[in-house]
Write a protein that binds this ligand. Structure first.
Ligand SMILES: [Zn+2]
Length: 166
């Protein structure tokens, strides 16, 4: 087998996938994120919405909060955010608000994504900041994790229902 070297984007996306696995372990929708500044990961985050019982506890918001703390600034200029799934409207909004320079996305989310699917908040000329967007990095790995999770969830619910009826 031919050994393939990973690109820099793929290396960081793998780190985002590691974060997504943490969400999976909590039976949360597995979405993970890392923020990179000057070649270093400065913040990580994963979806904890159910665990925290908090609408805003998405991977990206959690990571943005940590990155700002680390840099001591709400502005995250020069940062790249790696996300396993296309961001929702809230997170895409936060990415624009924080002035993140670049966003790298794993799989797209046709029903709810706001980086090109439902809307494209990241590249709207009407706003004072636009984000460079790269899509489809490790797309297969990212979408397989999500589809695996939802399959497991459906099977779990089915089993629970069967137990109730027996
Ligand atoms: Zn979100």
């Amino acid at each position: 087998m031919r050994k393939q070297e990973l690109t820099e984007d793929e290396v960081y996306m793998k780190e985002a996938l590691r974060q997504a696995r943490k969400a999976y372990a909590l039976m949360e929708v597995p979405i993970g994120c890392v923020i990179v500044y000057e070649g270093k990961i400065i913040a990580r985050g994963y979806n904890r919405r159910n665990t925290d019982k908090n609408t805003t506890s998405h991977a990206e918001i959690n990571a943005i909060r940590r990155a700002s703390k680390k840099l001591g600034d709400w502005r995250l200029e020069g940062c790249t955010i790696y996300i396993t799934l296309e961001p929702c409207q809230m997170c895409a909004g936060a990415i624009v608000q924080s002035r993140i320079t670049r966003a790298v996305i794993g799989s797209m989310n046709p029903k709810a994504g706001c980086a090109g699917s439902v809307l494209n908040l990241l590249e709207m000329q009407e706003f004072n900041h636009q984000v460079e967007v790269e899509r489809g990095v490790l797309q297969e790995e990212c979408s397989t994790m999500l589809s695996g999770f939802f399959r497991e969830l459906r099977e779990k619910k089915k089993r629970e229902k069967e137990q109730e009826n027996s």
